[in-house]
Write a protein that binds this ligand. Structure first.
Ligand SMILES: [Zn+2]
Length: 474
């Protein structure tokens, strides 16, 4: 009899406790959503290995140590392989949409609202940050509603009326309107009319905070291509990093009611479109350093903070391993690359202007300076690789107007492209695409409500569970 009672009590307590966990009211007051654009598990894994074995960094990719690591699908409403606009909208609103669409449903007949608006309604502060331009697809999905992600000026106009508290990025793509619209009023004027200040210095942000200004828009003073922050691999000490703006955002929006901060590592995608592994690894590490700021905040408020790290899709079909190298990897040779492919192209372009009659040997020296590729040493260029570089040299230096290739987000030339491709192959990195892939992406979580992200999920579940973890009903 006693046993029966004990069994009954045990069963009851199990039922009660499982009810409690499914109905638990979560109260994450401080929420961080980090989106690594194009950051598949391969990008994270390669950056982790590089950080461990080449940089000997004891911290490494900090978010891989979060207690929850799972996966998410990425497909759009109309295509297996998504784009940043459709994926950004799925992650921001909880509804899938069509390719190129920002904050509208697939047929553009309905407006979709991002969870950032729910946080605002709940009296919390909102910050939207990115390493690309603030009118780019991922950040735009958190405040704009436009049928085309390329309507940069129109997207920026939605930013001005969003009432969010802080924006930080490399700037705007079309602050003065599209090329065809000379009558457009600049975003800066439109913002000023609503009392929104724009600044390009972090100390400027401090001064504006002291004045009690509601919305602040920060743009880097030295933007890279497409009004982005400079690639981490190309940064000088005076350049603004994603970590700098994340730290500043926490200062700006920290308040007793709580906040929602979205941080996009936007250039992971760009360097993956270029199939440039060294630049990608540095971008993932830089993204991870920004996340360390959130982790430091979490340590001060462990019961009230939630950090989610995920991606909108994978870019490049990156792999650790390729057919040519078989089972061998030499990640350490990527450490010799000291500029992005985009900057290598600029260096080659400048070299041609200064030395138009440069011979192949001179050009090889320039390539060696920036990539470590050399005719001698452990990983010396093979005859086949030298022949490929020579063909590219002939095309670029012997043609008066050599073709400049336009990658998705950067200009390049065959010589820069060939050199980076050879380096990647020698390192044992593979790429199957210059666009996105349909792979699921990783999801990492720590903090209040972390268990809501523990299963294989659809990308639209992520924002819904973020609201749940925050105790906010739509
Ligand atoms: Zn993307």
């Amino acid at each position: 009899m006693k046993t029966k009672v004990l069994l009954f009590l045990l069963t009851t307590s199990i039922v009660v406790s499982s009810c409690n966990s499914s109905q638990k009211n979560y109260e994450a007051k401080y929420v961080f959503l980090f989106i690594g654009d194009g950051m598949g598990i391969q990008q994270v894994n390669t950056a982790q290995l590089f950080s461990d074995s080449v940089l000997n960094d004891s911290v490494g990719i900090a978010f891989t140590k979060f207690p929850i690591s799972s996966m998410s699908t990425t497909f759009a409403a109309t295509r297996y392989i998504t784009c940043s606009a459709a994926a950004g909208t799925a992650l921001s609103t909880g509804t899938k949409t069509s390719i190129g669409t920002i904050g509208l449903n697939a047929t553009h007949t309905d407006t979709l609202y991002s969870i950032a608006t729910d946080f605002k309604k709940a009296g919390k502060k909102v910050a939207i940050l990115t390493s690309v331009s603030i009118d780019h697809a991922t950040p735009a999905a958190f405040y704009a509603h436009k049928g085309s992600r390329s309507s940069y000026y129109e997207i920026a106009k939605d930013l001005v009326v969003s009432n969010y508290d802080f924006f930080a990025s490399g700037g705007f793509v079309e602050p003065n309107g599209s090329k065809n619209d000379s009558a457009a009023i600049s975003i800066f004027q439109l913002g000023a009319a609503r009392g929104i200040p724009f600044t390009s210095s972090l100390t400027g942000v401090d001064s504006l905070m002291k004045l009690g200004v509601n919305s602040i828009v920060f743009s880097a003073h030295n933007p890279g291509e497409g009004s982005s922050l400079q690639y981490d691999i190309d940064q000088s000490d005076s350049d603004i990093s994603l970590r700098d703006i994340t730290r500043k955002a926490i200062e700006v929006v920290d308040n007793p009611n709580g906040f929602f901060i979205m941080v996009e590592g936007g250039k992971i995608d760009w360097s993956c479109h270029d199939n440039d592994a060294a630049t990608t690894i540095r971008e993932v590490i830089s993204f991870s350093k920004a996340i360390e700021e959130a982790i430091a905040f979490y340590k001060k408020h462990p019961n009230e903070t939630l950090i989610i790290v995920t991606a909108d899709h994978e870019t490049g079909g990156m792999s650790l391993g390729n057919t040519k190298n078989g089972y061998k990897n030499h990640l350490k040779i990527l450490a010799k690359q000291n500029v992005s492919q985009e900057k290598l192209h600029s260096a080659i372009e400048k070299f041609k202007i200064v030395t138009p009659n440069a011979n192949f040997k001179d050009v090889l020296k320039l390539i060696e300076e920036h990539t470590g590729l050399s005719t001698d040493g452990d990983h010396a260029l093979t005859a086949e690789e030298l022949a490929d570089l020579n063909v590219a040299y002939q095309i670029y230096f012997r043609n008066k107007k050599p073709k400049t290739d336009k990658n998705t987000y950067s200009k390049t030339d065959l010589l820069a492209k060939t050199a980076i491709s050879i380096l990647n192959t020698k390192a044992g990195i593979g790429w199957t695409s210059s666009t996105h892939t349909g792979s699921p992406v990783p999801v990492f979580a720590i903090g209040e409500g972390q268990e809501l992200f523990s299963k294989f999920q659809d990308n639209v579940d992520i924002p819904k569970n973020i609201l749940k973890a925050s105790g906010i009903n739509r």
